[in-house]
Design a protein around this ligand. Structure first.
Ligand code: G4P
Length: 524
């Protein structure tokens, strides 16, 4: 492979920011884009209050709710690296798209609100990252406000998430008394309110400041020093290999809003975040990023980006090689070739046409209904496929039907396409074949209803079933219909596999006690 392409690939850093809503994901993204020169003012990505919306706000529903439903991709250059941030929906009604986006990144940044600690949505997203074994970097945000004690937050990481941590820096005070950070990794103190030009003060080998500064007299500084001593003695050691495997999370404290600690975070993160990683094919072969052959997989399909056209865009994570506009690729699932002339790349507010992209990048392919989530696209004469993307266990269910029975054909066509796109999961009752939809977030149902009306002209009637605990069955042949009941509904999924929908965990345990021979399992 040419050196130029080798360098291009190795400059890529592709990651997602995971957090519970309101932890500050949008705010830090803006700051990162600002450092990368992709936006002029930090504060223009998503004008929640000003009413300015980015192009990602492609649907009415987003405007109505003032949120970005879909993930977009932001790209910028910084310090010789090309950074791709895959945005994940920032609302608590998040969807499977959020999970699948995590299949397409090489690292994750976990934002934690210092006052709230680890919140439920963070836990769910963290689990997906952990399952993939990708490095996870933690940014503890809002240090300009009074929050939990830093040691308590470190403990929470280990206890709630079960991941070991290494504090890259340590806050000196917090809230109104937030004086700065003691940067263990870079051996310097970064001042929140520098007097004159001195923002960084070097630290000596013994751990003290190399220069005199009034801050050293404060109890906050003394406390920070004490905590750092404790971490040095009793904390984990920094271990790059364990970071790479996702066993140890480097922790950074800062404040996205006041832009404190963000640039230091970005620089340190870019040192340790991995370049594009290989990915396994279904035959178990590792496909290396620098392979001569272009390959990638579709992790997300987004419809109607432009309401004037009924187009869909398939998002491809490039796994290997180089993409060139106009190239022909093979989709092995369909044994069909496609010429990729219409592609798009995403940069803050503009969708630009992409001519070239390499492993690590995300490109969008215009789709007239050919692609499915999880499809491999591959250049040359190759026809391998990447491992299937995981299906996620839905937690919420509705019964759905067309309001007008005359529209039943349109109804089924709409459902089929939306299910293929991965917008929603499909189930049906055993004999009556009533349609049940499953989702990981409520918003998926709203999007479904909206799109059925807007794109398929079908009004749907949805009856909520609430949350259920869905379990698949290893030994389906041993399941009898008499085992099912009100609290354990038996349905089939889109592949005709039997699934129990339990009313809650209690009902599931009761079932397991009663029928210990039925082996239930959970998808991710
Ligand atoms: P999200 O994307 O994770 O949902 O969070 P977002 O960045 O929108 O931030 C949520 C709220 O937290 C915003 O305030 C934002 O200004 C605030 N925030 C983010 N980072 C910090 C920080 O470091 N310190 C402090 N004190 N606040 C922070 P809001 O008033 O809810 O939103 P907005 O109406 O100002 O947009």
């Amino acid at each position: 492979m040419e050196k130029k392409i080798h360098d291009e690939i190795n400059s890529r850093r592709t990651f997602a920011i995971i957090s519970h809503p309101d932890a500050g994901k949008t705010t830090i993204t803006e700051k990162l884009l600002y450092f990368g020169g992709a936006i002029r003012d930090a504060g223009t990505v998503k004008g929640k209050k000003s009413g300015k919306f980015a192009t990602s706000d492609w649907m009415e529903i987003e405007k109505q709710r003032g949120i970005s439903v879909t993930s977009s991709v932001l790209q910028f250059d910084y310090a010789g690296k090309r950074v791709n941030i895959l945005d994940t929906p920032g609302h608590e009604d998040f969807s499977e798209d959020t999970y699948r986006t995590l299949m397409a990144v090489d690292a994750a940044v976990m934002m934690v609100d210092s006052a709230k600690g680890i919140e439920p949505q963070t836990i769910k997203l963290f689990k997906v990252c952990r399952m993939r074994g990708i490095p996870i970097f933690t940014f503890i945000n809002k240090m300009d406000r009074q929050g939990k004690e830093p040691l308590e937050l470190m403990e929470e990481l280990e206890e709630v998430l079960g991941i070991q941590s290494y504090a890259m820096n340590w806050p000196i005070g917090m809230g109104k008394e937030f004086l700065g950070i003691y940067d263990r990794y870079n051996d310097r103190v970064e001042l929140a309110r520098p007097e004159g030009d001195e923002r960084f003060l070097p630290i000596t080998e013994e751990g003290g400041l190399a220069v005199e500064h009034s801050m050293t007299a404060t109890s906050y500084y003394q406390q920070a020093l004490e905590d750092v001593m404790l971490l040095n003695e009793a904390g984990n050691e920094f271990d790059e290999e364990r970071v790479a495997k996702g066993d140890l999370t480097p922790v950074f404290f800062g404040s996205a809003l006041t832009n404190f600690g963000v640039q230091t975070f970005l620089e340190t993160f870019l040192q340790f975040a991995p370049p594009p990683q290989p990915r396994k094919s279904r035959d178990g072969e590792e496909v290396e990023p620098e392979s001569e052959i272009f390959s990638g997989f579709i992790f997300k399909i987004q419809a109607n980006m432009n309401p004037a056209h009924r187009d869909r865009i398939a998002f491809v994570r490039i796994v290997s090689g180089e993409f060139e506009r106009g190239m022909t690729v093979n989709v092995p699932r369909l044994s069909k070739n496609f010429k990729l002339s219409q592609t798009t790349q995403f940069l803050a507010d503009d969708r630009e046409t992409v001519n070239e992209a390499v492993a690590g990048d995300i490109i969008g392919l215009y789709d007239t209904g050919n692609y499915q989530i999880g499809d491999t696209v591959v250049g040359g004469k190759s026809n391998f496929q990447f491992e299937a993307l995981p299906q996620f266990t839905p937690e919420l269910f509705v019964r759905v039907a067309a309001k007008n029975v005359m529209k039943s054909k349109q109804f089924h066509k709409g459902i089929l396409q939306l299910v293929q796109e991965g917008a929603i999961q499909y189930y049906k009752t055993l004999h009556t074949e009533e349609v049940i939809l499953g989702a990981v977030g409520q918003l998926q149902f709203e999007v479904f209803e909206h799109r059925m009306r807007a794109e398929y002209h079908v009004e749907v009637q949805m009856e909520t079933m609430g949350s259920k605990v869905a379990r698949w069955i290893e030994n389906e042949e041993d399941v009898k219909e008499s085992m099912a009941g009100q609290r354990a509904l038996l349905v089939k999924d889109r592949y005709d596999r039997k699934v129990f929908l339990f009313e809650n965990d209690f009902a599931m345990r009761w079932f397991q006690d009663k029928f210990p021979d039925i082996r239930l399992y959970n998808l991710l």
